[in-house]
Write a protein that binds this ligand. Structure first.
Ligand code: ADP
Ligand code: MG
Length: 472
């Protein structure tokens, strides 16, 4: 496809995204400032106004949305990368002088008398970036906390010596948004920087499935095999997506063996421990367990603070976001790091549009709207005990006391459970507030409630009701 023609696809792609794929506000925030720069060899280069903007577009997966839409439109696979185009903001200009951000990342202005994309000078490639790796998914950008320190240590060891450590394969598992993809790609980025000759493949498992199916359909299985069995570092994301895909599992099994036998490094991510994969080839499952399996846990309050600070550092909003606001976000968004980032980006995006100072009030409103959390930063254990005792009609003294009748232990366990969930107190501190009990008693109580939640469907509405009362 010729260069010039491709702009037509780009325009149509943007139009379709706007009309069918995302809501208007989101489009306004992240698509309006994208510009078509060039197209060659199935690769499209798009200009963004700043590094922050670019990172946002990528971390929101909009690069993938663009690629997918272009594929639908053109019928062929097209990759997209972003460059910071010439319309930089003043802030960035200043920053550049102060911090000496390398000017190679900035595209020289287009000559005024010739606007055809072909005539655009191609900027020198100084930043080594692999087409399948996100440049911001590095170890430098990965905040270490006690939820992930072991995993990060292992990942670094692997990146230093791919295929040579006993951590082969390396499998990272954990819930959504906890940093699996980031950590996996950090390995890829480090290996690639150390040696850009390394053949790295980093893809979602879904892509592996699709390409495999496609190779059968077009009778090009050999190409497929050659492609995947000859890499030095295979990073395969979200292998749980292979559940139920027997033929692809079989193919991966052979790919695995071919690579493993030649000491090529394999890294996988999964949303659960591999032992819990269902409809999965046992031989393949056992291969996953040969090397090292690590899990990523949700970050603690302190780690959430550190992550938010790190993300803010990477923006131009250092001065606008107070510690109070940071703490507020960390307190209220506890689920995972993706949500944490989304909250922060909402706030930054909002302040960008309305050009107003970021106050705790505006943050409360924004978070309430988008995450439906109750911005209650200070729930006390005393309040929880009071509400629970009223609800079950037992005395607060009993809740804090030592009686072990069912009538009292159940409300006590509920109160401990809610204290752990709704406050930032440690189990030790919670134990103290419950008449000086040991932290293991609190942990045990929480465990009992968790177990019961899994089997007793009346419990969750009851807990919801209690939370509502606590927050009202
Ligand atoms: P997963 O693959 O587990 O769903 P991701 O790796 O996509 O999660 O992470 C979600 C977002 O959170 C990404 O933008 C990532 O950069 C960020 N993130 C995750 N863990 C960390 C961390 N420890 N430090 C900084 N950012 C993180
Ligand atoms: Mg992921």
């Amino acid at each position: 496809m010729a260069n010039v023609d491709f702009k037509v696809f780009w325009d149509e792609c943007i139009r379709q995204i706007r009309e069918n794929k995302i809501d208007e506000a989101e489009f306004h925030l992240w698509f309006e400032k994208l510009v078509y720069l060039s197209y060659e060899n199935s690769h499209l280069v798009v200009g963004t106004p700043s590094r922050f903007y670019k990172d946002q577009v990528v971390s929101r997966g909009y690069n993938k949305l663009i690629e997918k839409t272009l594929e639908e439109l053109s019928g062929s696979l097209i990759t997209v990368s972003f460059e910071i185009s010439e319309n930089k903001t003043e802030i960035e200009d200043e920053e550049e002088k102060e911090e000496k951000i390398p000017s190679e990342t900035v595209i020289p202005p287009v000559k005024q008398n010739n606007n055809s994309p072909k005539s655009r000078p191609i900027p020198p490639e100084n930043i080594i970036s692999h087409p399948q790796l996100q440049t911001n998914f590095t170890f430098e950008n990965y905040v270490i906390g006690n939820n992930n320190d072991f995993a990060v240590g292992a990942a670094k060891a692997i990146a230093d010596n791919p295929g040579k450590t006993k951590y082969n394969p390396f499998l990272i598992y954990g819930g959504v948004g906890l940093g699996k993809t980031h950590l996996m790609q950090a390995i890829g980025n480090l290996v690639y920087q150390a040696n850009p000759q390394t053949k790295i493949v980093c893809i979602p498992s879904e892509t592996f499935v699709n390409e495999f199916i496609q190779s059968i359909r077009t009778n090009t299985q050999n190409n497929f095999k050659n492609k995947y069995r000859k890499v030095d570092l295979l990073l395969l994301d979200d292998i749980h997506d292979l559940q139920d895909k027997n033929d692809t599992q079989e193919e991966l099994f052979h790919t695995f063996n071919a690579l493993y036998d030649y000491d090529k490094q394999l890294v996988f991510t999964c949303d659960r421990p591999p032992s819990e994969l269902k409809k999965f080839n046992d031989r393949l499952k056992s291969r996953f367990q040969r090397g090292l399996i690590v899990d990523l846990q949700p970050p603690s309050y302190e780690t959430r603070i550190a992550i938010i600070k790190k993300k803010i550092e990477q923006t131009n909003y250092n001065d606008e976001i107070s510690l109070e606001v940071i703490e507020f976000i960390a307190k209220n968004i506890t689920s995972n790091i993706r949500d944490l980032e989304a909250a922060l980006n909402r706030i930054i995006g909002y302040s960008d549009i309305v050009k107003k100072e970021i106050t705790i009030e505006s943050v409360k409103n924004l978070l309430q709207q988008y995450f439906s959390v109750s911005p209650q930063s200070a729930v006390s254990i005393g309040k929880i005990q009071k509400i629970v005792s009223e609800y079950f009609n037992v005395s607060i003294l009993d809740i804090k006391g030592k009686k072990r009748t069912q009538k009292i232990t159940f409300p006590r366990h509920i109160a401990m459970y809610l204290s752990r969930e709704l406050t930032d107190f440690s189990t030790t501190e919670i134990g103290i507030e419950f008449g000086g009990k040991d932290h293991t008693t609190v942990m045990h109580a929480c465990q009992r409630i968790d177990e019961r939640l899994a089997v007793d469907s009346t419990l969750e509405p009851m807990i919801m009701e209690l939370k509502k009362n606590i927050y009202s």
